[in-house]
Design a protein around this ligand. Structure first.
Ligand code: UDP
Ligand code: MG
Length: 136
């Protein structure tokens, strides 16, 4: 049964800064993701705070929002069968030291905060996050 989904991916400032965005986009395409839409932008800290609102009580929230707004990012709508879980698998664990071989975070992540990519964690959040960046 076909289950075509869309998910939101962000190539974070640490990866864009190292000019890894094209290489990461090739990885997605080679794994069968279609990049339906994409843009390179820099967001305000207030926008990062809104995007990561789910984490507002966490000790890392302030640094996380400063970081996401610290430089250019590439936001993408990715489409594939079961895209949400497929992207989470391809990204690897939040902490690159715990990420499996072959994942983007294992390959490019610097630390738990500078872990190179974001990906929606559920179908519901994917819809909200795509709306956040692309339905202005
Ligand atoms: N993060 C952090 N310190 C932590 C946990 C998370 O800096 O102890 C950052 C990290 O960049 C992560 C983001 O906060 O990607 C969102 O955390 P989440 O638990 O949602 O991880 P993800 O869904 O990105 O794997
Ligand atoms: Mg998350």
């Amino acid at each position: 049964m076909s289950n075509l989904e869309q998910t939101l991916s962000i190539i974070k400032p640490d990866a864009v800064e190292r000019n890894l965005d094209n290489e990461i986009k090739e990885i997605f395409k080679n794994k069968g993701f279609k990049i339906v839409d994409e843009k390179k932008i820099q967001i305000e800290k207030s926008e990062a705070e809104k995007f990561y609102k789910v984490h507002e009580t966490k000790p890392f929230y302030n640094d996380l929002c400063s970081y996401l707004s610290s430089g250019p990012i590439v936001v993408m709508i990715l489409e594939k069968e079961n895209a949400v879980i497929a992207n989470r698998e391809l990204m690897g664990a939040t902490n690159p030291t715990e990420a499996e071989e072959g994942t983007i975070r294992k390959k490019f992540g610097i630390s738990i905060d500078k872990n190179s990519v974001h990906g929606s964690d559920s179908i519901e959040n994917a819809k909200i996050e795509i709306e956040f960046f692309f339905k202005d």
